[in-house]
Design a protein around this ligand. Structure first.
Ligand SMILES: Nc1ncnc2c1ncn2[C@@H]1O[C@H](COP(=O)(O)OP(=O)(O)OP(=O)(O)O)[C@@H](O)[C@H]1O
Length: 257
């Protein structure tokens, strides 16, 4: 395959006696959609934290486009194009939807906007924000105050804010978490749109297996911190080790262990 956009070698993090991510060798090809699945406590969010720089590994490396980024801070990885969403929404509640995204675009573009001479730039960022809001299907709600949005719409807003950072790689951590069932299809369509735009490499942590099978080119299964399997959805669904892990007693060990 082409040079991976992301590669981990022996990636490990230990908290006291507990090894939350254990010797993970993992590669992601550019412009692909990979879902990371596994039982609660398997290490999925911790793995994302190691990719985005929120956590430093106790062993192993992370490389992006062949460059070792293991020692880089979160903001440096963001600049290289790693954009990460969280399980909790992270927006300015008292600003409008448009203002939230415009400020993020502005932050990336740099500069302050106190001077009238910057009006043109301000307009540019506002247009960019409107474009991004259309991508997440929030264009009809740009003037609403963010705190008044439904949970599902807040998630869309969070994705628009993330897109303003112009990420090459999107790390989406359970984007449907806490959503009502009726809200789920809309967020799936937003994510499908991002995939079909061909502009991003996407990593998704998600428990909803239908959604994962629908969207993913590749699945990676984490189990007790180890990468149990990595392949196409068909390969993973017919993988005996995966079936045993999910269906057998190992699952309980993972939850309680
Ligand atoms: N900062 C930390 N200190 C100690 N233990 C931690 C820390 N972060 C995570 N862990 C432990 O690492 C393990 C993996 O947690 P993690 O949140 O990555 O799992 P997960 O697969 O994302 O689970 P879920 O699907 O429930 O979100 C858990 O046992 C957790 O308690």
């Amino acid at each position: 395959m082409a040079q991976p956009i992301l590669e981990t070698r022996g990636l490990t993090i230990q908290f006291g006696a507990h090894v939350a991510v254990n010797g993970v060798d993992f590669t992601v090809a550019p412009q692909t959609f990979t879902s990371i699945i596994g039982p609660n406590g398997a290490g999925k969010t911790t793995f994302f934290n190691l990719l985005s720089g929120q956590l430093r590994p106790t062993g192993g490396t992370v490389a992006m486009n062949g460059r070792d980024i293991t020692g880089l801070a979160v903001h440096e990885r963001t600049r290289l194009g790693i954009g990460r969403s969280f399980q909790i929404t992270n927006v300015f509640p008292n600003l409008t939807v448009l203002e939230n995204v415009r400020m993020a675009a502005q932050a990336v573009g740099g500069g302050s906007f106190r001077l009238f001479s910057h009006y043109k730039k301000f307009k540019h960022y506002e247009e960019k924000a409107r474009y991004l809001l259309a991508k997440v299907h929030l264009d009809g709600k740009s003037e609403q105050i963010a705190k008044n949005l439904s949970h599902g719409d807040k998630r869309k807003l969070e994705i628009a804010i993330l897109l303003a950072l112009e990420p090459k790689m999107l790390l989406l951590d359970e984007p449907t978490a806490g959503m009502s069932l009726e809200e789920v299809p809309a967020i799936i369509e937003v994510i499908r749109g991002l995939k079909e735009s061909g502009e991003h490499t996407i990593l998704l942590i998600e428990h909803k297996i239908d959604m994962v099978l629908d969207l993913s080119d590749q699945l990676a299964v984490l189990f007790n911190g180890r990468l149990l399997a990595h392949g196409t959805p068909e390969e993973i669904m017919s993988n005996e080790l995966v079936q045993t892990a999910y269906l057998g007693g190992l699952y309980d060990d993972a939850v309680t262990g």
